[in-house]
Ligand binder design. Structure first.
Ligand code: C5P
Length: 234
C-alpha cells in the first residue's frame, strides 16, 4: 500500500515546505507519491511540479479528474505525458468509448502514466449520489469500475468501502486508489465515506490518499512516519 499525500495547500511554498520536512524519512520516501490536485495545478502549473521534483525522487500523481469528449481527453493526455508524471485521474463517467481510446493511447508508449478513473467521489453519501445519478452508490460504483476495467485503464478511485468488492468484480491487480482516509479517526471534514488505515489494509487498497490529516497537522513529518509505520510492509 502506497501513500499519496494530497498537496492542497494554499501556496506553493507551503507545499514545498511540507515535502522538504519529509527529508528525515530517507529511503522510506520511496513509498510516498505526491498528489497535485486542482488547487495546486491551477495555481502553480507545470512549474509547481518541476519544483516538487527537486525535493527527491518522488512519484507524481496529477489529480485533475478529466471529463470531456474522447478527442479532447486524448489531446489533454498527450500534453500531460510531456510533463513527466506517474499517475493521473479521469472520470469513469466519461464512458467506455473515451476510456477505451485512452487505454489504446497508453498502449502505444512504454512509460505512459497510470490512468485511474474516479468512480464516485468520496464526498458523496448514498443520498447525494442518488440525487445526481439516480442510482445506488455501491452498485453503480461497481458498474463504473467494471466498465473501466473492461476498457483497459489501470484502476479506479473509490472509497475503502468499495475497494474489495471492486477487486472481486474485476481483478486483484486492478488498482484501487482510496481517498477519504482518516488514519487515526481525525475529523471527516467534507468527506462522507471515510476509513482508517486498518480498514484500507483489509480492503486491499493499493494507494491511500491523505490530505488534511497531514498538511494541517502541527507536525506533518510525525504523522507521515506513523502512517508509513502502519503501511510500509504492505
Ligand atoms: O484532505 P483529504 O484527505 O480529504 O483529501 C483528499 C484528497 O483526495 C483531495 O485532494 C481530493 O481532491 C481527493 N479526492 C477525493 N475523492 C475522490 C477523488 C479525489 O477526496 N473521489
Amino acid at each position: 500500500m502506497k501513500l499519496c499525500i494530497a498537496l492542497d495547500n494554499p501556496t506553493l511554498e507551503e507545499n514545498l515546505a511540507l515535502v522538504d520536512s519529509l527529508r528525515p524519512l530517507g529511503n522510506a520516501r520511496s513509498h510516498i507519491w505526491l498528489k497535485v490536485g486542482l488547487r495546486s495545478f491551477i495555481r502553480d502549473g507545470i512549474y509547481g511540479i518541476e519544483a516538487l521534483k527537486k525535493y527527491g525522487d518522488y512519484r507524481i500523481f496529477l489529480d485533475l479528474k478529466l471529463y470531456d469528449i474522447p478527442n479532447t481527453m486524448l489531446g489533454a493526455l498527450k500534453e500531460m505525458y510531456k510533463i513527466g508524471i506517474d499517475m493521473l485521474t479521469i472520470h469513469t463517467s466519461c464512458g467506455f468509448e473515451a476510456m477505451r481510446a485512452i487505454a489504446n493511447l497508453k498502449a502505444g508508449y512504454n512509460d505512459f502514466p497510470l490512468i485511474v478513473g474516479v468512480s464516485a467521489l468520496t464526498s458523496f453519501d448514498d443520498l447525494g449520489f442518488e440525487e445526481i445519478y439516480n442510482a445506488k452508490l455501491f452498485s453503480h460504483t461497481l458498474k463504473l469500475s467494471s466498465l473501466a476495467y473492461n476498457a483497459g485503464i489501470s484502476g479506479v478511485v473509490c472509497s475503502v468501502e468499495e475497494s474489495l468488492a471492486i477487486k472481486r468484480a474485476t481483478d486483484k491487480h486492478f488498482l484501487t486508489i482510496t481517498p477519504g482516509i482518516r488514519p487515526f479517526n481525525e475529523s471527516t471534514d467534507d468527506q462522507k465515506r471515510v476509513a482508517t488505515l486498518q480498514d484500507a489494509k483489509i480492503a486491499q487498497s493499493d494507494f491511500i490518499v491523505i490530505g488534511r490529516p497531514i498538511y494541517k497537522a502541527h507536525n506533518p513529518l510525525q504523522v507521515v512516519e506513523q502512517i508509513l509505520n502502519e503501511t510500509m510492509n504492505e
